[in-house]
Ligand binder design. Structure first.
Ligand code: HEM
Length: 133
């Protein structure tokens, strides 16, 4: 069974990504990086990607091709501050799911590593994101 199935499949990913984008919408500085006026298409892309990453349907790659996340984030300045804002909203969204700790832990671990990998502004080796909110 994939993690996608264990955590509850499509409805869980809908709730997670929707709660995440509510956080983004309320965060003016992070929101300013999102190019579209309507966040719904971005919400759909992230939902499809996470669904695929955690072992669900592969609609993301059928529609968008290889994820190449670093390349796709190149147009946006992912600073340490933006990374931390993104993480804060994702961790808060994850909390709303009330998953068993082992499952929540696996998802947090992925988000930490991925968000850190996407930092793309110059400077010294950045400190890792923290789990504090
Ligand atoms: C775990 C970390 C992250 C994952 C898995 C992720 C995933 C994604 C995905 C799948 C897309 C859509 C790509 C496409 O198909 O075109 C996207 C877009 C975007 N991401 Fe991220 N991202 C992460 C972290 C971040 C961070 C830290 C920022 C902070 C600035 C960020 C800002 C954006 C922006 C501005 C877009 C464009 C919105 C759009 O789709 O139109 N992301 N991200």
């Amino acid at each position: 069974m994939t993690l996608y199935d264990k955590v509850g499949g499509a409805p869980t990913f809908e709730r997670l990504v929707h709660a995440f984008y509510e956080g983004v919408a309320a965060d003016a500085e992070l929101r300013a990086l999102y190019p579209e006026e309507d966040l719904a298409p971005a919400e759909r892309r992230l939902r499809m990607f996470l669904t695929q990453y955690f072992g669900g349907p592969t609609t993301y790659s059928q529609e968008r091709g290889h994820p190449r996340l670093r390349m796709r984030h190149a147009p946006y300045p992912v600073t340490l501050d933006m990374r931390d804002r993104w993480m804060r909203h994702m961790l808060a969204a994850l909390d709303t799911l009330d998953l068993p700790e082992a499952q929540a832990e696996q998802m947090r671990d992925y988000f930490l590593r991925a968000a850190h990998m996407l930092v793309n502004t110059p400077g010294a080796t950045p400190p890792p994101p923290s789990l504090e909110r």
